[in-house]
Design a protein around this ligand. Structure first.
Ligand code: MN
Length: 319
């Protein structure tokens, strides 16, 4: 199991009410990653957390780290706050697509395996706000154009139900898959964020299986929440069995990319928060690996629900 971290959470973060932790430079964030036990992967936000590809690569080598992904941010610039990929103004859409293309250039230059994009600002707050037909068509066109560019760097799309818009365009894993089916480019995939999936009232393990059975690649973000909001809690702090089941199906699907934490320490000590996250993630992964996969699938085939419940009690909860 390879574990990574979205390094934005290693410095100062803020919500509507408070600021958390201290501001640190990207190089300092990478130094922190090297001190977290069990994590050597980095997901870096482009264009805000990087220097030139050469300098960025030097820092990564200095601390012995590897790229899990490049995360392209198309919501921060003032013109993209109300949306980017689906807006009526073609110039605004074009500049968002250009930013994704630049992120792909950067990913290739530093040797990152793929670019992940979560189009959080695309969506709506009130009813009768946007033209659902046109905005959906724009999503297909813009994601399609970004996917066509430099296909050797795949583009992963991350759905989320809510935030920053009250209702995001890509509100479920199924909606992201529908978009990718329309785009019809094999060099695309879905970033399955465990917390986003829970907020969309999905079961993350089932959503992961749906991505693979639809013929697409998946990239996993780990965290947890209370299913009402995307709290970015430490992994398995609320949904332990879901966590183990996600690991089980990741193994069944042959998942070999980084498990990248998208959790936010906020009031907790940064390094110890991620030490505990990495610890529970590898623990859940190894627990899932220790299960008798063949027997479990046979019990599912035979609809032996009592046998499966007993397996959960004895092998997972260990009660
Ligand atoms: Mn995420």
């Amino acid at each position: 199991m390879k574990q990574g971290v979205i390094i934005g959470f290693l410095g100062k973060t803020q919500d509507r009410f408070s600021e958390y932790q201290k501001p640190v430079t990207t190089r300092e964030k990478l130094a922190i990653v090297s001190r977290i036990e069990g994590i050597d992967g980095v997901e870096m936000v482009f264009p805000y957390e990087n220097d030139t590809p050469e300098e960025t690569k030097r820092w990564m080598d200095e601390f012995g780290l590897n790229f899990a992904a490049i995360n392209v941010n198309i919501k921060k610039e003032p013109e993209w706050v109300p949306g980017a990929l689906s807006r009526p103004d073609k110039d605004i859409r074009d500049r968002a697509v250009a930013m994704i293309k630049k992120a792909k250039d950067f990913a290739r230059a530093v040797g990152a395996p793929h670019v992940s994009c979560c189009p959080l600002s695309d969506g709506y707050d009130m009813l009768f706000q946007i033209d659902y037909r046109k905005t959906w068509r724009h999503m297909i066109e813009t994601v399609g154009e970004a996917a066509d560019y430099m296909p050797e760097v795949p583009l992963f799309i991350e759905p989320k139900y809510s935030e920053t818009r009250v209702h995001c365009q890509l509100d479920t894993t199924a909606k992201a898959l529908l978009l990718l089916k329309e785009v019809n480019n094999p060099s695309t995939g879905v970033t399955l964020d465990m917390g986003h999936s829970l907020q969309s009232q999905e079961n993350p393990a089932q959503s992961l299986a749906n991505i693979y059975e639809s013929g697409y690649e998946a990239y996993i973000h780990t965290n947890d929440n209370d299913t009402r909001a995307d709290w970015d809690l430490i992994g398995a702090s609320r949904h332990f069995l879901h966590y183990v089941e996600l690991m089980f199906w990741a193994q069944q699907c042959g998942y070999d990319k980084y498990f990248t934490t998208d959790a936010s320490p906020r009031v907790f000590d940064v390094i110890e928060f991620f030490n505990r996250h990495a610890e529970v993630s590898i623990g859940a992964y190894n627990l899932a690996k220790s299960l008798n996969h063949q027997q479990i699938r046979e019990m599912m085939q035979q609809e032996d629900y009592n046998g499966l419940m007993k397996m959960i009690n004895k092998e997972i909860y260990r009660v």
